[in-house]
Design a protein around this ligand. Structure first.
Ligand code: SF4
Length: 382
């Protein structure tokens, strides 16, 4: 790509993430012209059977759809149970909302002092910079707030309020940039954020959560990385990876670019029925991450997001799988198996010290303050 065309693309990306209104076409240009953002487009590229596309229109009307060409290339179209397809292609079961499912499953709203900011733990904050992603995962825990037509990026006013809040609180050691996917922002927008944070002396660490290195590796550009590292803060990137096949050659090259920029790489994985809920698949993933110099950090039990019941396995089964994984792999390759307690009570490790059966055969989970909280989802490995 020439410098001019690269700049042109960057400007279009910029345009797509600056402020409303944002049609699907503009949002698409922020990711990739070849990204499929409707069931009709998925059918046109052969990822969905045309006869199914019509019935899936109700799903796309409810939850955003986006599949990049990089992800499309990983899908085995001959396999009806393909673990990559299952993560990204819409499914009619998404229209079934179970009683225990919540629009805000991890309780961000209750801990949001300013728009886009979540301050749940004393020493760190989440800064949700935008509501756009290069792909839309069908199990997304923020699916009610992330997606097409959900407001795109934070306004300058909201950013000013967030930075003022952080600057006034010296206990805030770490700022976690999230969304949506921060790497869908332009280098200029990332630089502006990094520079504002660089000016707050008590913020020592920036962490960025992203799906882009595997789902849209072309977003991992030298100018975005340079913009982030210009902050001068310690920088960590936590990559969302659920299956070893996501670490394709382009993805591994993107990871290498991140590492060459001096950014530490970790991974978070969601434990998902039909995607990675067997010990061999998890072992393969953790080994692939380690081989790419990515430290497995969290294995998340899936959250109670609406329409995601078909992805959830029981806590019992999750604990069995994690125990089996711990027997197969070294400590450095073993992520911590965690649950975000519904209602905003924080993230806890799923160990006996934090988990007990209740009288009805369900579960209670102990939060960080030592209080037991009901976990409303029953075990259903059916
Ligand atoms: S990349 Fe993250 S925020 Fe975006 S749809 Fe997937 S799970 Fe949700």
């Amino acid at each position: 790509m020439t410098e001019d065309s690269a700049r042109h693309r960057e400007e279009r990306s910029e345009e797509a993430t600056q402020g409303p209104p944002h049609g699907p076409g503009l949002l698409r240009s922020a990711r990739n012209d070849a990204t499929s953002t409707s069931v009709a487009e998925l059918a046109a590229v052969g990822l969905l059977d045309a006869s199914r596309a019509e019935t899936l229109r109700a799903v796309e009307a409810r939850y955003s759809v986006a599949v990049t060409p990089e992800i499309a290339a990983l899908i085995d179209r001959a396999d009806p149970a393909d673990p990559i397809a299952r993560q990204f292609l819409p499914d009619l079961r998404e229209l079934e909302t179970r009683p225990e499912e919540l629009a805000d499953p991890i309780g961000d709203d209750a801990f949001s002092p300013t728009e886009g900011l979540v301050h749940r733990y004393p020493d760190r904050v989440l800064l949700k910079l935008l509501s756009v992603c290069p792909v839309y995962c069908r199990f997304c825990f923020r699916r009610e707030t992330v997606g097409l037509g959900k407001g795109a990026s934070l306004s300058e006013t909201a950013l000013d309020e967030a930075f003022a809040y952080i600057a006034e609180r010296p206990q805030i050691f770490e700022v976690i940039l999230t969304g949506g996917d921060p790497l869908a922002l332009s280098a200029r927008r990332l630089r502006a954020v990094a520079e504002r944070l660089a000016a707050i002396p008590h913020v020592a660490v920036l962490r960025l959560h992203t799906r882009a290195p595997t789902a849209a590796p072309r977003l991992v550009t030298a100018d975005r990385l340079e913009a982030l590292t210009a902050s001068g803060k310690a920088l960590y990137m936590v990559l969302h990876v659920n299956h070893a096949r996501e670490l394709s050659a382009p993805a591994r090259q993107a990871v290498a670019r991140i590492q060459r920029a001096g950014i530490s790489t970790l991974a978070q994985t969601v434990l998902l029925a039909g995607v990675n809920d067997d010990a061999a698949t998890l072992e393969q993933l953790m080994r692939a991450l380690l081989a790419a110099q990515i430290k497995p950090y969290y294995l998340h039990h899936p959250d109670l997001a609406p329409g995601t019941g078909h992805f959830r396995l029981s806590l019992e089964r999750g604990r069995e799988l994690h125990a089996e994984l711990s027997r197969r792999i070294s400590g450095v390759g073993l992520p911590s198996y965690v649950l975000d307690i519904p209602g905003g009570f924080g993230k806890v490790p799923l160990q006996p010290s934090h988990l007990e059966r209740d009288e009805d055969g369900g579960w209670r989970v102990r939060d960080r303050a030592g209080r037991w909280r009901a976990y409303p989802a029953k075990d259903r490995d059916d």
